[in-house]
Ligand binder design. Structure first.
Ligand code: ADE
Length: 233
């Protein structure tokens, strides 16, 4: 069951400006205008009390780099969280995010994303303050901001009304496929012949049954190819 009211998303970050471009354009911007989602980006420094607005410290026991402190995160969550909130920490050591997780999270009323930075986050945050640690893949970025944007984008397009009618109809056919874990078939548009590179004849035939058959076959082929390339790794 998908929820019906406005979804709330809060992001805790040291770099709020990074979110300006991606969330102020296209489908995500429209979703905010339509009040399907309310996204608020917060600077973690807001929850510091010293003059220098310190959010990080040297690791106990030594080591290179700095570690995000627990206190500003604790205070931020105290202010923002309610009983229905899911708190997610972006971290390369987390469970790898996928479509299934996106579908699940789209049903929540309130998500809070904490963007890790520097060498990491005080482990007590993970132990005591959050519900899930998530990674976008087995590689390390400079911080959790880009992963948060990717995850939010993926979650939002699952919310009814976020995609336009055309996009939704298209998605519908993909998720029929995704139900069987099939990926999208190849698509073409005008011109049908570009410098001798031709669109497959069947797509120009007008024979809908044959077209559907071709699309299903291509979907299965692509899915198999991606699956075996993943298995090789
Ligand atoms: N922070 C740095 N790398 C990350 C990753 N792969 N996923 C989530 N957060 C990260």
């Amino acid at each position: 069951m998908l929820k019906s009211s406005t979804m709330k998303i809060d992001v805790l970050t040291l770099f709020p400006e990074m979110f300006k471009g991606p969330f102020d354009q296209s489908i995500i911007q429209r979703a905010q205008e339509k009040k399907l989602v309310k996204i608020q980006i917060h600077n973690l420094r807001k929850w510091t009390e010293d003059k220098r607005k310190t959010v990080d410290g040297r690791p106990f026991g030594g080591g290179v780099g700095m570690v995000l402190m627990i206190e500003p995160i604790y205070k931020a969550l105290k202010e923002l969280k309610n009983k229905k909130t899911k708190v997610i920490l972006l971290d390369p050591r987390g469970q790898v995010f996928n479509q299934k997780t996106a579908n699940k999270w789209a049903c929540f009323d309130h998500l809070i994303f904490i963007c890790g930075h520097y060498e990491g986050v005080d482990e007590r945050v993970k132990e005591n303050l959050i519900d899930e640690t998530v990674s976008i893949g087995d590689y390390v970025l400079t911080g959790g901001e880009l992963p948060a944007m990717i995850i939010i984008d993926t979650v939002l397009r699952q919310i009814p009304g976020v995609l336009g009618k055309k996009e939704a109809a298209q998605k519908e056919s993909f998720s029929e496929n995704l139900g069987q874990n099939l990926l999208e078939y190849p698509q073409y548009t005008r011109p049908s012949d570009f410098k001798g590179w031709k669109v497959p004849e069947v797509l120009l035939s007008g024979n809908h049954q044959e077209i559907k058959k071709w699309q299903a076959k291509k979907s299965a082929e692509i899915t198999e190819k991606v699956k075996s390339s993943k298995e090789e790794k």
